[in-house]
Every structure is written in C-alpha cells, then in structure tokens.
Ligand binder design. Structure first.
Ligand code: SF4
Ligand code: SF4
Ligand code: FES
Length: 696
C-alpha cells in the first residue's frame, strides 16, 4: 500500500459558496473514510447525519458524530465521502475501514489503525488551516472572533449585550430601529499603511465621530467598539424616547407585558418623564390580520421583523408598511390576510405587543406560566417547544430553538393542537363491562380483568392496534406484550395529511420511525388492513387498541360490540369506547415523559408539563402492569428502566439514557433514512444479495 503527499482540497458539495479548505496530507488513494476536526465540520457547515461507534486506543467504545457529504479533491481526483468528527485541533486520517475498525488515541485525539488489522492502514494526515480569527476591541478589551461574525453577536459573546429590536439572527438585518447604536472605530494607519500600535503593541483605534449600528456589520481586523460609552448610552435613550413618543401606555392591559422588549429597555434606557406635549398619533387597534393574529398598530415600533418573517421564512409576502413618518402603519397588502400556517411565529418575534395571538390573548400573564421543554407531537418533524402552563392547565406552546429540527419556528397547526387535553371527553377512570354496562372500577381490578380476558386466547385470535403517537417506551412494551401473547397482528394506524417544504410533515404520526425501529409498524399499514379483515371475518376474538380509534381503519362500533374482548387504552372517549369490555384511561403528550424519533432520525424527549386528569395513568405503566399480570414480574419500576431494557436490546439506543438524550435530542441515523419496516429484508442483505445476483 503506497502513499503520496499531496494537497487535499476539502469542500462541502452542498454549499459551494463556502470556500474550500486546503490541507497538506499523506494520502492513500484506496482509503475512503475521512476524519476531520469539529472546527472544520463547522467551518464547512457539514450536516451531521449519524452517530457511529468507534474504539478508543484504550479499548473503550465511543460514539462519534458522522458528517457529510464532504468532497476531497487531490491530484485531479475527486472523491465524495462522509467524515467522522474528531477533536478540535488536528485533521487525522482517511482509513479504509471495515465495520468501523478504527482506534482513536484519546490523549492526542489521533486516529490510529487497529494493529490487529494493519491492512486497513491508509489515509491522509495533515494540518487544517485554522478558522480565520480577527481581533476586535470591545469596551477596552481585545477578543478574537471568527471572520464573518455579526458584530452584535460578537458583543454578546464578549458579555456586552447590545439592545436590539429589528435584529433577529434568523432573519436579514435591515438596521431600521437604530437601537443597537454603538461607538465604532478602525485601526489608525501609519504612513506605511500599517496599523499604528500603542505601548502594549495593540492597534490604536481611530474612533468615528458618529455612532454606528452593530446589527448589520461584521467583525473585521482591529475594529474597536464601545457599547457602554456616554455617547452610546445617550443614543439609546434618544431612540427609546423617539419610539415611545406615540406608543400608548398600554402595559397593564397588554399581552406582551412580561416579555416586552420595549418595556424592558424602557426600564434600562428610558426617561422617567415625557417631554412630548403634542397629541399621540392614533392608529388602528384590534385589527384582525388573519384568523389567528390580531394587530394593535399603535404599539408597533415598525421593526419589520414580522414582514421579513413572512417573506423570508413563510414564503408568503403578505405584510408591509404604508404611509410615512409617524403615520407609518403596518398592514396586510390589499386583498391578503395573514393566514399562512406559520402566522403565529410573527407573534413570537414581535418585540412589543403589537401582534397578539387570538388563542392566547387576555388568558394569562406570562410571568405566571411554568415553561416545560418538550416537543410537538402533531407531525413527524417533532418541533422543539416550550409548553406554558399554570395550575395544571396548558395556555400556550411556543417554539424552542433547535437548528437540527425546527430552527426557531413551528407551525400554527401543531402549536394550537393541545386543547383536546382539556376536553370534556377525557376518560377519567378505568371501566369494566358488568351486566352489559361499563362500570367504574379500580386500576387493579381493571388490569386483572383485562389479563383474565386475554389469557385463554391464542396469538392469532388477538390483534393489537398501536399508534404512531406512542413513545418509544410505550411501543417497546407493546412489542413485549405482543410477544408474550404470541400476537402477529400488530401495527400502527397511518395518519397522513398535507405537508409543506418548511416544517410540516405529511406524516402526522410523530413517531413512525420509532414504531418501525421497534418492529411495531408494518410497511405501508399492510398489517392494519389484515387486522381489519381478521376482525371483520371473526378470526380475531380480542382487539387491543392503544390510543387509536378502530373506526379509523373501518371497524364499526357494532363490529366491536360483537367482539368478546375489546380492550381500549385511550385518553378521549369516542364512538367505539362504548363497545369496550375494559377501558383504561391514559395520558396525553404534555402529561407524560418519553422519547420519540422524528422523520430525520433524531431521538428527542417529551416532558411532563401538567398532571393527567382523574385517575388517568401513564401508558407505559398500563402496559407494564398488563404485562406483569400476564407474565409475572418484569423488573420495570420507572420509565428509565424501560429505556434501559430498550437500549440493551436495540443497537440504535445503545449507550443512551433518557437524560443523555438532552434537550436538543440525538441524531440516530442518516437524514431521511428510515429503518426497514419489519417483514422487509434489511438493506444490507438486499445489497449482499444483489452483489451475488445483480438485479435484472
Ligand atoms: S408588528 Fe411587531 S414585529 Fe411587526 S413591525 Fe410592528 S413591532 Fe415589528
Ligand atoms: S411542523 Fe409538525 S412538529 Fe412542527 S409544530 Fe407543526 S405539527 Fe408540530
Ligand atoms: S437592531 Fe440594529 S438597527 Fe435595529
């Protein structure tokens, strides 16, 4: 195996606008796996697609992020590959790697080839050019930032928050509110066109006489910034006074109070008295911009965030300003309404209370809300959320930033889909059928009755209709239940809707990938159809429905009434519940903990924001108790026990726990690749078979 020394150019083929990075490397042309440092992965904005196992030189196993694709170009040869992300400094090696037979030296963050498999040796070793850093003086101290950092972000990173209204890091920067004015200066140049240095060897700054905005400027070498000078503070006071000239004194009745930037900055930078003697300009109030958003124009400070959001993110150019000067007014363009499925994000980003949500306004003061980090379960995207609740009632859901899932946004459909948790149709206590009537009972009796009804039956007489809205933990116990009863008729009910190319997925089940991974879902709902036929034909004598209404797959309540056993585990009453022999009330997404896998293969956590009503119980506890009643003790006391069992049996979960999933989730597999549905030959096997016998 021979090596050549060459310059290797690394590039992100998906983002050609990012300049390539060149490294001097020892290259083995047979090698095909790249390892790169984290800084380079970030510089090239490579997407993390996977977490892969690797071995440290001391023998311990680790999991390493895998990013890609990455383009390698050397000596007129071009190769595409993925890359393992290593430590922070050194670019190390390409290895021909079978089954990740790689050893990594943790002390030097080196990747070395497994000595037991020297034939895998290969690759290149080189030094990455560091990310270009520039020196910036902020409030008298010098800091370094990567080139291209927005100055307002740099100041914040250095611990000097600069107030802002129009700037939002996910939108373009028009620089129209002027709240971020600072003093700025450039290095003083000597006659030789080189910066003049002070006695400490640092560039001397030539301060500009007028203040500058820092939200639309990038850092540059030798830049000087003063965020807290008398001039900067006087400017802020001036801008605040100007913004408040026509702003109504609405705080006591404004929904934004408590999270209003105008209110907060007034405290810090406002004047106590008003010098304005004229009458305030009156503008439209209580304007219905769309079905979910109300505008109070007098409160608007004309920052244009909402306009830019609609144009740049929702691709629905519906808002704009009309008129000039102090009469400028935000409005919807003639004949248009703010009714796109992302309209409520404008309410989130409006820095003042000009835009409010019809669903939330006047319901609760925000400082009373408890915020719980969770995820939306209304589609397979799994947007990260904050659930706002008080005294066991949910008042709102807002998006939580996760750049791997939903950036900073969520759709209105998912955001508002929580009212059913407070519905009058909630099932509140376990019920068993006595003398043809459903009677309330205790949990112990209900579970015993359900187990007693199932025990005399054999596997092919039972069907389980599970749900893609169940958590992985619940699905795992469902699979165990199916195994213990010998059931093969097991599937989830597909739930499809219209998707878009922003966030909303056509798959409205949040955990289809989890159900597939845990072998509960069949391909294309094939088994669901078999369940329906088997129930209609009378083959099935017991149906267990878990959070699904059998009427959705065409099993009418009359058919269910003829079944000797119909065990319904659900949170809402529906037309089929009356036909059940046992009803077990369960919990909704905001009332329980657990994990789900989104459509991109990201494992994420649900968290409990409120307690369930009545005697409703966690679904995993119901399934655990049922399993126990059928098979005896199973050593499961907490949801962590369920996850542990799952992680010991399912390789994708190995090394993980519920707490290790973290608030932002963990990527389990390559984007857009779903696990093979049970009954489908594994991809690897198909590939092996095709090698032997190529497809015709
Ligand atoms: S309504 Fe709010 S977000 Fe829109 S321009 Fe006015 S202040 Fe800015
Ligand atoms: S896109 Fe899907 S996950 Fe995100 S908020 Fe909407 S329904 Fe919920
Ligand atoms: S935040 Fe800079 S001008 Fe508005």
């Amino acid at each position: 195996m021979g090596y050549i020394h060459a310059e290797v150019k690394l590039r992100n083929p998906r983002l050609p606008e990012i300049p390539p990075t060149v490294v001097n490397a020892r290259v083995d042309s047979a090698a095909w796996l790249v390892c790169i440092p984290r800084s380079l992965a970030e510089q090239l904005q490579l997407e993390q697609v996977d977490i892969r196992p690797a071995q440290l030189a001391d023998g311990s196993a680790i999991r390493v992020p895998y990013v890609g694709p990455i383009e390698l170009r050397f000596e007129n040869r071009v190769a595409f590959s993925g890359a393992l992300v290593m430590g922070d400094e050194v670019l190390l090696g390409v290895v021909a790697m079978e089954d990740m037979d790689v050893l990594i030296d943790p002390r030097h963050q080196k990747l070395i080839v497994n000595p037991e498999h020297p034939e895998h040796a290969g690759g290149f070793v080189g030094q990455v050019e560091p990310v270009q850093l520039v020196n910036v003086q902020i409030n008298g101290l010098w800091h370094q930032f990567p080139k291209g950092t927005r100055l307002i972000e740099a100041c914040e990173q250095a611990g000097h928050f600069v107030p802002r209204y129009c700037y939002h890091k996910k939108l373009t920067s028009p620089g129209n509110c002027r709240m971020c004015l600072i003093e700025m200066g450039m290095p003083k140049m000597g006659p030789d066109r080189k910066p003049e240095l002070d006695e400490e060897g640092k560039p001397i700054i030539n301060w500009m006489p007028r203040p500058q905005i820092c939200c639309a400027t990038d850092v540059s070498e030798g830049l000087g910034v003063r965020t807290n000078s008398p001039l900067a503070e006087e400017c802020r006071r001036g801008v605040m006074e100007f913004l408040l000239i026509n702003h109504p004194l609405d705080c006591p009745i404004c929904d934004q109070a408590g999270e209003c930037r105008l209110q907060e900055f007034s405290v810090e930078y406002g004047r106590q008295d008003s010098r304005f003697l004229e009458n305030k300009v009156k503008k439209p109030k209580n304007v219905e911009l769309g079905p979910r958003v109300v505008l109070d124009d007098e409160r608007c400070i004309l920052c244009s965030r909402c306009i830019r959001f609609c144009k740049e993110i929702a691709h629905d150019d519906v808002l704009g300003f009309i008129d000039r000067g102090s009469y400028s007014t935000l409005t919807a363009h003639p004949g248009k309404r703010l009714e796109n499925n992302y309209s409520l994000n404008t309410v989130d980003i409006c820095p003042v209370g000009a835009l409010t949500s019809t669903d939330f306004r006047f319901k609760m003061r925000v400082w009373f809300l408890k915020e719980t980090k969770s995820i939306c379960t209304s589609c397979a995207t799994g947007c990260n959320t904050l659930i706002g609740s008080r005294e066991n009632v949910i008042y709102r859901q807002t998006p939580r930033e996760n750049n791997a899932v939903n950036s900073s946004w969520m759709c209105d459909y998912g955001r508002l889909n929580f009212d059913y948790l407070q519905s009058e149709r909630r099932l509140l206590e376990p019920l068993v059928r006595e003398n043809k009537v459903l009677q309330p009972t205790t949990w112990k009796r209900a579970i015993e009755r359900a187990a007693a009804q199932l025990k005399p039956l054999v596997g092919w007489q039972i069907a389980i209709l599970a749900s893609g809205r169940m958590t992985n933990e619940e699905l795992w116990l469902t699979r165990k239940l199916a195994q213990s009863l010998g059931v093969t008729l097991l599937d989830i009910v597909p739930r499809l809707g219209e998707g878009d190319d922003i966030l909303l997925s056509a798959d409205r089940n949040p955990n289809t990938n989890g159900a597939r991974l845990l072998a509960v879902a069949s391909a294309d709902g094939r088994v669901t159809r078999q369940i329906r036929e088997a129930v209609l034909s009378g083959q099935v004598r017991a149906l267990i429905s878990l959070g699904e209404n059998p009427a959705r797959i065409g099993i009418a309540p009359e058919t269910l009434a003829r079944l000797p056993v119909y065990l319904a585990v659900d949170l809402l009453s529906n037309q089929t519940i009356e036909s059940a022999s046992v009803v077990l009330p369960s919990l909704g997404f905001a009332e329980k903990r657990g994990s789900m896998i989104n459509r991109k293969g990201r494992l994420q956590r649900l968290n409990r924001a409120v307690r369930g009503p009545g005697q409703a119980r966690d679904d995993w506890e119901i399934l655990r108790d049922l399993l126990q009643a059928l098979t005896g003790g199973n050593g499961i006391y907490t949801i962590e026990d369920v996850f542990r069992q799952m992680s010991e049996a399912v390789p994708e979960f190995s090394g993980l726990t519920l707490s290790r999933i973290g608030d932002l989730g963990v990527e389990l597999w390559e984007t857009n690749r779903s696990p093979d549905a049970p009954g489908e030959p594994a991809r690897e096997k198909v590939r092996e078979r095709e090698k032997e016998q190529p497809p015709q």
